[in-house]
Structure formats: C-alpha cells, structure tokens
Design a protein around this ligand. Sequence first.
Ligand code: EPU
Length: 436
Amino acid sequence: MKERFVIEGLGGEKTLSGTVSIHGAKNAVLPAMASALLFKDTLTIENIPGIEDVKRLTELLEGFGVVVAEKSNRSLTIDAATVTKTEFDRAVAKRLRASIILTGPLLARYGSATFPYPGGCVLGQRSIDLFLQSFRALGAEVKEEKDGEDDIFRLNVTDKKLHGADIFFSQVSVTATETMMMAAVLAEGTTTLRNAAMEPEIGSIAEFLNACGAHITGAGTSIITIEGGEVLSTGGRVYHTLPDRIETGSFLILGALTARELTIEGCVPEHVDALINLLQLSGVSISRGKDFLKIVQNTKPSSEWKGVNVKTHEYPGFATDLQAPMVVFLTQVMGESTVFETIFEARLNYVEDLVKMGANITMWNPNKVSIKGPSLLKDRELEGPDIRAGLAYVIAALVARGTSTIDNIYYIDRGYERLEERLQQLGANIRREKLS
Ligand code: EPU
C-alpha cells in the first residue's frame, strides 16, 4: 500500500516545541545484524529502530536459514548457526545497498556467497569494485555472470579459509570497511585495512566484536588491523545500537528552522560536531550536554543567520547524509552559501523541487550548488527521491506556506521511525495518508 505525508506548512513561523528522542542508528544496526553470522551462539541486539531497512535485512538473513526473533520491544535475537543457504534473495537485495554487508561474514563463516548487484538509493554509480578487489585479496574466488537482467556475483573460498591480506582502499568506503573487517575476523592470519572509513558505527561494532573474542585494533582510525581467529561467542553480551547521528542532525536542522524550543535527547553530540560547528557559524544558538542538544530561540527569524559553505566529507567531516537537510536550512538564511557534495555523484538532484518551491539555488555542476537566501518557500506536491532528501522535503514542507504532500514515503520509512508521530508531538500538522 502506497502512502504519503500531508504537511501543513508553518510559513516561516517557529511554533514547534518539545523533546524528541533519538532512536538506534540505521547504519549501526545493519552491520550489527550482519555480524551475527560470525557467532556460534545467539546474538541479541538492543535499541533497534523500527525502520524498513531492518525488516529487509531480517528477510535476507531468514533467506539464509538464520533464525531472527523479536525478543522484546526494540530488541532482536539472531541465531546464525542454522545457515542452510548462502544465496541472497535477489528481490530483497536489490532494494537496499547495505545488503552487501552480509557478504563478508557469510563468506568467511560459510565459504560462499551469491548476490546480485545491490540496489538502494540512487545517489550515483555506487560501484562495488572495492568489495570485489578486497575479497580477491583475501583469497576468495570471485565470478561475475549475467542472469537475464541481473548481474550476479559468486564468491567462494577455495582454500580452507580466507587468508589475511594488506588492503588499501582507493576510496574511503563505510560498508566496504565494515564488510572486510568482519570477514577478516574469521580469516587466517593478519589483515590490514588502509584508508579505512572512520565512522563511529565502525568503532562501535569493532568494540563489541572484540569483547566477544575478536582481535581488531585501530577501528575508528584510517588503519585497522585484524588478527583472524575462530567463530565468536557472545558469552551473553548484548549489542546496544548507537544513537543515530543522522537523525540527530536532521532534527537539529528541523528545530533551528521550525521550533521555538527543541530538546534532542539520547544522542551523542560529538558525532554531529561538523554540523553543530556550521550551524553555530551561521548564528544558531545550540546548547549541549553529554547526551542532549537543545535549541532555544523564541521567535528569532532565520533571516538573522548568515550563509556558510559546506563540503561533504567522510567522518568526522560533514556527513553527506545531512547535505540535503542542510541545503533546506541554507535557503532560509541571509546571503550566499555553497554546497559541494564530494562523496556521491548524484546527490543534489532534489534541489530542482526546492527551486520549484521558491528557493534560489543555482546548480553549477552535479556536485555543486549555490544558494541565495532567505526565500519564502511555498507548498508543493513532492515525491521522496531517497531517504535523506525525503527528510529534507519534510523540513521544507514544514517551513513553507501552504499544504504540501510527499509521495513515496517508503524511502523516509526506510530510515526514520514513525516520523509523523514524533513531529506531531512537537506540534506539527503532518499526517500519513494511504493511497489506493
Ligand atoms: N565506492 C566505490 N566502490 C565501492 C564502494 C564505494 O566507488 O566498492 C564509492 C561510492 O560510490 C561513493 C563512495 O565510495 O562514491 C563512498 O561510498 P560508501 O561505500 O562509503 O557508501 P556506503 O557504504 O554504500 C554508507 C551509508 C550511506 C552513507 C555513505 C557515506 C550504510 C548502510 N550506508 O554507504 O548511508 O551515505 O556510507 O557516508 O552505512 C543513508 O543512510 O541514507 C545512506 C545512504
């Protein structure tokens, strides 16, 4: 059933107020679920967000014969000792890019993995060359074939086990780092990953795997070393999913533009330092504690803030996943800003719709836009293009004058749990409508 959001804009007024709690991070829970394949006993994961991507990864694991059960609210148990099949459900894998994270632990534990070219948000080419090169370096045989429309990849361990290797990633990749780190945990010998991604989710998973018997050093830095060993045992330990830093940052931007007062609780402010820095440079007043962020601004107009330049970067730089909400922010502040997207080639296409809503944005090339503000935004019928741009549309619709609709909200549900209910609690007029 297709659904859409109907959003009553605030016309630039800042009337929302209240507290929003941050859920577990999508991009931490997905690799954590994949890591269950490294364990001989049942892995319990807590603080699971209620999002569509968790359901899709569950379906993929179940397709292998893994037993996934809901333990209690926000907690899952995963028993991967029961794997009977190492071929991915194609239809599901083609719906999310993160399906590829399963390949590393599956191959290392069970000796094979067959998967289609993974799908997901269209943000650019999203090649998988780093994965294939790394698997070859770890001693796997990699075969590519066509099956009808599908490109299929067959990985096999021809020796008894994968073997350690020195791998230099020609490009920093979050999921390639996670996938190879997990594969190397069960490989023979030492693996070194150079030019590794440093996102907090990687350090969090490594810390948990180490507590369960893995030997990983340097996770969270650009050089990670893994001493391979035997299948892990949880020893009763439970993985607690990190708070979602992208959700945190999105709510911070939403709060700056639409709220008199907003407290964001249960977050790790340090994980969004790059965003906080730019918002403060622009003039937004933000207070922070160990696990909360707060915006108190009475009715200060956004036009008192000034433009800033943004360049997306791997962590700890400005997250590409916050780029679209930040562009909406910059349409409301005084003066000119530029936004340079450096991670993905096609992640600025959504600006066309913001322009149709009244934003003054010039696209210089597919990676660079300049924004002149402030602009009065007006309502529009929108269609969510990807998870993060979908959320940017929600923010734009709230800022705008009039009633906007956003179709295709499956994309928003992929990454944000019950968004409309959380915004209603802050006073927003947003509802979910079923389309026949
Ligand atoms: N790349 C290659 N070859 C590869 C792998 C990546 O060229 O084999 C390129 C990509 O095309 C891209 C760049 O490397 O240009 C970085 O991509 P990366 O691999 O880091 O992205 P990802 O691992 O597929 C994760 C997040 C994304 C987030 C990016 C960048 C997960 C599950 N996904 O994707 O999150 O945008 O890192 O930080 O962790 C989202 O949550 O909406 C989302 C898209």
